[in-house]
Design a protein around this ligand. Structure first.
Ligand code: PLP
Length: 356
């Protein structure tokens, strides 16, 4: 039996994907081999990789300058790989600090060039997205984290800037319509909205590459990955396969526009309960609330553990907040059904009445 899985990542996947994947673990598309046993350069797997890349392109409506890659190393590797490929020694890159993940990206970028932190919401424990910032004219790029998984804040619109824009979209990739073509590079660990842990999706504009003079180790050079069809070395075969199935599922749901409608409903339902239930309280500025990671606290902290246990009995799991922001966090990724949010809201109502 499946539970209502609100985990922040790895997280819930569509049932359809899990069924297909479990079948492929035994016999991948009639090859007589498991997906785990098949050579990555064989025709059936190359087709998986190509379909995954082309579905990303299609679902994000990327223009021809973009190349899509599935790499190893998580979004964390991108914190370093982005500046290594794009930022020359002595040049400046601008970053907006909206939490732990932006901070990690900033720390890595400092190894390659000068980093200007154009704005930060650190003073208020990252409970909002900074609205005012100035990006130095000479900046090679501006880096943002579109959704802050830990704190529950999200950029509601793509910031206006004259410099190339780079985004870590690990926790809201393909959850809402955006003009992805306004970006120069987008990266995301796929384990939240796009599949299982083990692969990182990078969409990069070819026109951004080849401009730094430093020597880039082959495995970290985007150009070599592009030249090799995202198969410079053995790719994370199973993770790419799960991504391909998840992308197919998303397309079958009607794509990003359709899933956005469901995501809006789920978030509205939960935030409405948080705003009207006297026992719970939202943590972040209302205008910056994330539709993917809903953070909230309980007004009587002594009831926190009891609420988690109560939820567990109702088959609701993964709602404990990150240790840095405390309270609760309910992640509402694409594959989480609306029904799970309805069950969660009922549990909040019932618990609150019981404790009144
Ligand atoms: N960026 C964001 C926004 C995240 O939420 C996470 C992980 O939760 C990461 C980066 C790190 O990703 P990975 O564990 O794939 O390196």
């Amino acid at each position: 039996m499946k539970v209502h899985n609100f985990n922040a990542g790895p997280s819930v996947l569509p049932n359809e994907v899990l069924y297909k994947a479990s079948k492929a673990l035994i016999d991948f598309e009639g090859t007589g081999m498991s997906i785990l046993e098949i050579g990555h350069r064989t025709e059936p797997f190359v087709a998986v990789m190509e379909e995954a890349r082309s579905l990303v392109r299609e679902l994000m409506q990327l223009d021809d300058d973009f190349e899509v890659l599935f790499l190893h190393g998580g979004a964390t590797t991108q914190f370093m790989q982005v500046p290594m490929n794009l930022l020359e020694n002595g040049e400046t890159a601008a970053y907006i600090d909206t939490g732990v993940w932006s901070n990690k990206a900033i720390k890595e970028a400092k190894q390659f060039g000068y980093v200007e932190v154009s704005a930060s919401s650190k003073d208020t424990n990252y409970n909002h997205i900074p609205k005012q910032f100035t990006v130095p004219q000479q900046a090679k790029y501006l880096h943002i984290t579109t959704n802050n998984t830990i704190y529950g804040t999200q950029w509601q619109a793509t910031p206006e800037t004259d410099v190339p824009l780079i985004a870590d979209m690990s926790s809201d990739i393909l959850s809402r319509q955006m003009d992805f073509n306004r970006y120069a590079l987008i990266y995301a660990g796929v384990q939240k909205n796009m599949g299982a842990a083990g692969a990182t999706m990078v969409a990069v504009r070819k026109s951004m590459l080849g401009k730094v003079t430093r020597k880039i180790p082959s495995i970290l050079d985007y150009r070599l990955h592009i030249e090799n069809g995202s198969m410079l070395n053995t790719p994370p075969v199973f993770a790419v396969y799960i991504s391909m199935l998840t992308l197919r599922w998303l397309k079958g749901q009607g794509g990003v526009a359709a899933i956005e409608k469901v995501n809006n409903k789920k978030a509205a339902l939960l935030y409405d309960e948080i705003d009207h239930n006297p026992l719970f309280r939202g943590n972040v500025a209302k205008e910056d609330r994330s539709k993917m990671n809903v953070t909230f606290t309980i007004d009587k902290p002594e009831l926190e553990e009891e609420f988690v246990k109560f939820c567990k009995k109702e088959d609701i799991v993964g709602i404990k907040g990150h240790r840095l922001s405390g309270g609760f966090r309910a992640s509402l990724y694409n594959a989480l059904p609306l029904e799970s949010v309805e069950v969660m809201v009922e549990a909040m109502k019932f618990f609150s009445l019981k404790k009144a």
